[in-house]
Design a binder for this molecule. Structure first.
Ligand code: GAR
Length: 199
């Protein structure tokens, strides 16, 4: 049987899932055997569930914070997941979890790290801060996840001019467009590297 690169998505709250959609659309046509094994949600009414249904990706609802990581580890092991893809996941994973999970974990952040990262910096809050600081550029960063918020090694970044944007919402829209290019590209690259190494 052909070896596949198995990924699982983690989201939290009322996740929209636009990055999930971009990644799924890409892996369906990219000619690399990447399999989306499951998607974790923490709210049953998260809009991302409709997208998961569209792509036929199983979603698992884990709402109890106390048992979240233990249950997650069980699903990861059962499905032989090589890469966890955080897509709008706003919580911090514990050091204990990071030590126990042997695969890679990546996150996409809607700014040019190390600027505009850290605790409390997620979603619109990032863009509001960028707008207030009158930045000429913003962008997206994909990085490995470690025990500190947004401080893991940066894998790729893309920068765009935002000096024409007149609100934080406009910046968010522009940045989201490039997130949708960057995240699938990085996942494909990691999959290719893995499959080349372990073929
Ligand atoms: C994205 O903009 C992502 O970069 C951000 O949440 C949004 C999720 O949108 N993540 C963070 O801020 C993490 N610190 P989506 O659900 O439509 O993919």
């Amino acid at each position: 049987m052909q070896k596949s690169y198995n990924i699982a998505f983690l989201t939290s709250g009322k996740s929209m899932g636009s990055n999930f959609e971009a990644v799924m659309t890409h892996i369906q046509k990219c000619n690399v055997p990447i399999r989306a094994k499951f998607l974790i949600i923490t709210r049953a009414d998260a809009p991302i569930t409709q997208r998961a249904e569209k792509f036929g990706v199983k979603f698992i609802f884990l709402d109890d914070k106390k048992t979240f990581e233990q249950k997650l580890l069980t699903f990861l092991n059962k499905n032989n997941v090589h890469l966890i893809v955080l897509a709008g996941f706003m919580r911090k994973l514990s050091e204990d979890f990071l030590q126990k999970y042997p695969g890679d974990i990546i996150n996409i952040h809607p700014a040019l790290l190390p600027k505009f990262g850290g605790k409390g910096m997620f979603g619109m809050r990032v863009h509001e801060e960028v707008f207030q600081m009158k930045e000429n550029f913003s962008g997206a960063s994909v990085h490995y996840v470690n025990e500190r918020y947004d401080e893991g090694k940066i894998i790729a970044q893309r920068k765009i001019p935002i000096d024409h944007c007149t609100s934080a919402e406009e910046i968010a829209k522009e940045v989201l467009k490039i997130e949708h290019e960057l995240y699938p590209e990085v996942i494909e690259k990691l999959a290719r590297e893995y499959l080349e190494l372990y073929k």
